[in-house]
Design a protein around this ligand. Structure first.
Ligand code: BF8
Ligand code: SF4
Length: 635
């Protein structure tokens, strides 16, 4: 299997061998063959009588020491993965909520309210009477309501219940899966999957859905507060791939997730004094900030910061030999970065108390004094630049234009240029007419288990040709950006005639002189909530529920527990959801049956597990066709 179809990745990886350093692909080889019990979900370490395991081939023990069978083991493992994903998105959202509160009471002067309109619209949605209140007063109330949403309440989680259709809330109540707090849902999942608690696989899975809906609440909250503090994105043109690094500049990569850190560094990087310092150190090009993974998406949308790479290829940014500092906060950061950095002059800088890496430089980042921390980090990178070995610099000369920043507000704004009174009407009319056959949200990661980007590229070509509107977030958007799919040219090349006409009409109305890009970049992984908002708005406008819309989701290369949580809430929201990698559930026929079939009767959504990208595209098109038929539209 090839490592990647991205030639920049392949070129950079060649440098690894020259340095004698391992990459993720070498470490994956060293792990092979991976454990069959783990791959099928048939192992358990939830108590000290274990580890217990059950052979997927029917030989040996059929139950663990406590009597847990294959279905229970698999369901518990999946549930704990969702809880971990929810805890991650919850931690991210809570961090932002605390900052919003401190901002509102004057304790975080580096984080003023940037988007008062967004603040007001969030306040209105969650039922705050803002009459006569200042922006800071509103922010204080919104922040307190957000923080309340983490503990157990008598009523449903505010961010879950106020952001979906009424029909969804009724369905969630009917099946007892409404979270009453984000942290409390994580805690309940951990409780019910511990030794000797829930031993009914279907009941465990329903608990997992409840936790996944808490994950949705956390994602939505993170998006809302990031927009309030840093601005709601609107389309910008920037660049993607390793060619965004510059031999003549101090290169700083921002990697991780929370814009609290990355946005501040993006703001400070333009400081003339720091750029002068960089030039005095010999970097004629000054300071050059690039993004990696989701925080890269955050600053790409709001500051036009170019995206270097994402996810599985994160080590390649260091392998260019031109990276002076890799600054990380939390999530999806490979500890191996420290080893790769050792072969170069690159400083790996950790910033969060909960995410230190042995061998890295730790510059702790706090909301009070954020700007000072950002300056210190940039100054550290300038010093590192002076130690760069020009002989080791090998930047692949590969980069492409990428348009980013299609927030819900930006999409509705663009559509309103066609119909100011009823912006969703042009979208709906085109779906009805079949010019837009359906919508596919691509989300999730790049994995070492699949040739990097191969599934994304194969699937988008199939779907776009059939007039499916493509939305993307997270590392999915990184993949499309690096391969040039976030451009008007890609629309001209790959979109079917109906889709091309719609994207051209909107693009021309928006004054672009051409079509919108083929992929609408909606942001980071928490910004999957933006795609949910668009779907909810369309469903409400049509007077139907989400499970009837010709909208599907795909994670062709999922990796993380967060991706599992997102996939599960997409299913609960009613979406047919494709996974291109088989998750560790096939050891249980009950669990696989529920996830791929029975769950459809409850929520309308279901998982489609299909490693072959062309078969996956065909299955998504079939799912869209079924939905169109259900709505009485041409299939
Ligand atoms: O939250 S897509 S590898 S970076 S988990 Fe991670 Fe996956 Fe990338 Fe962002 Ni999302
Ligand atoms: Fe084994 Fe049961 Fe303990 Fe799991 S909880 S390790 S199956 S005894």
């Amino acid at each position: 299997m090839d490592k990647s179809i991205d030639s920049a990745t392949l070129k950079a990886v060649e440098s690894a061998a020259a340095c004698g350093v391992q990459t993720v692909w070498d470490r994956y080889e060293a792990q092979k063959p991976q454990c069959g019990f783990g791959e099928t979900g048939l192992c358990c370490r939830h108590c000290l009588q274990g580890p217990c395991r059950i052979s997927p081939f029917g030989d040996g023990a059929r139950v663990g020491v406590c009597g847990a069978n294959a279905d229970v083991m698999v369901a518990r493992g999946l549930s704990r993965a969702i809880a971990a994903g929810t805890a991650s998105h919850g931690g991210h959202a809570k961090h932002l909520a605390h900052t919003l509160l401190r901002s509102s009471i004057g304790q975080a002067p580096d984080y003023p309210i940037k988007d008062v309109n967004k603040l007001k619209s969030v306040a209105a949605r969650i039922g705050v009477d803002i009459d006569g209140m200042t922006a800071n007063d509103i922010a204080r109330v919104v922040a307190l309501r957000a923080l309340e949403d983490f503990s157990e309440k008598d009523e449903p989680s505010t961010w879950a219940a106020t952001t979906v259709t009424k029909g969804r809330v009724e369905t969630f109540l009917k099946y007892g899966v409404v979270p009453r707090g984000i942290d409390s849902a994580v805690s309940e999942s951990m409780h019910r999957t511990t030794y000797g608690v829930d031993a009914d696989a279907v009941n465990i899975l329903l608990g997992a859905v409840k936790c996944a809906l808490a994950d949705y609440a956390a994602c939505h909250m993170a998006t809302d507060i990031a927009d309030i503090l840093f601005g709601t994105p609107s389309p910008v043109a920037t660049m993607a791939n390793l060619g965004v690094l510059r031999a003549d500049a101090v290169n700083i990569a921002l990697h991780g997730h929370n814009p609290l850190l990355s946005d501040m560094i993006a703001q400070v990087a333009g400081d003339p004094e720091l750029n002068e310092k960089a030039r005095a150190a010999g970097a004629a090009g000054g300071v050059n900030v690039v993004g990696v993974c989701c925080t890269g998406n955050e600053v790409m949308m709001r500051h036009k910061i170019p995206l270097a790479t994402s996810s599985v290829s994160q080590e390649t940014v260091i392998l260019t030999g031109a990276l002076d500092a890799m600054v990380v906060d939390y999530q999806c950061i490979m500890p191996a970065l420290a080893n790769v950095a050792e072969c170069f002059h690159t400083r790996l800088i950790t910033t969060m108390p909960i995410a230190r890496i042995t061998g890295a430089t730790h510059i702790e980042f706090h909301e009070d004094g954020a700007r000072d921390s950002a300056r210190k980090i940039i100054e550290t990178a300038i010093v590192a630049f002076t130690k760069r070995d020009p002989a080791k610099v090998n930047i692949p000369d590969i980069l492409t234009t990428a348009f980013a920043g299609f927030s819900t507000e930006a999409i509705v704004g663009a559509l309103s240029l066609l119909d100011a009174a009823d912006p969703l009407k042009p979208l709906i009319d085109n779906i009805v007419a079949g010019n837009i056959y359906g919508v596919c949200l691509f989300a999730g990661c790049n994995t070492v288990k699949v040739t990097q980007d191969a599934n994304y590229v194969a699937m988008i070509k199939e779907l776009a040709a059939k007039n499916v509107l493509i939305l993307a977030t997270g590392c999915a958007s990184g993949a499309f950006a690096r391969h040039g799919f976030m451009t008007p040219e890609a629309t001209g090349k790959y979109a079917g005639p109906g889709l091309k006409a719609v994207l051209t009409a909107v693009g021309q109305a928006a004054g672009l002189g051409g079509p919108l890009p083929l992929v609408l970049h909606m942001g980071s992984c928490v910004d999957n909530s933006r795609a949910a908002d668009v779907a909810v708005a369309v469903a409400n406008r049509l007077g139907v529920d989400l499970n009837m819309l010709p909208v599907v989701a795909s994670a062709p290369e999922p990796v993380t527990e967060k991706a599992v949580a997102i996939g599960t809430w997409a299913v609960a929201a009613g979406l047919p959801t494709h996974l291109g990698v088989v998750p560790p559930v096939i050891g249980s026929s009950v669990v696989t049956g529920v996830l791929t079939s029975a769950v459809k009767d409850l929520f309308g959504g279901y998982f489609i597990v299909e490693p072959d990208p062309l078969a996956a595209a065909a299955k998504l098109l079939a799912a869209i066709s079924e939905r169109r038929t259900g709505l009485g539209l041409s299939a």
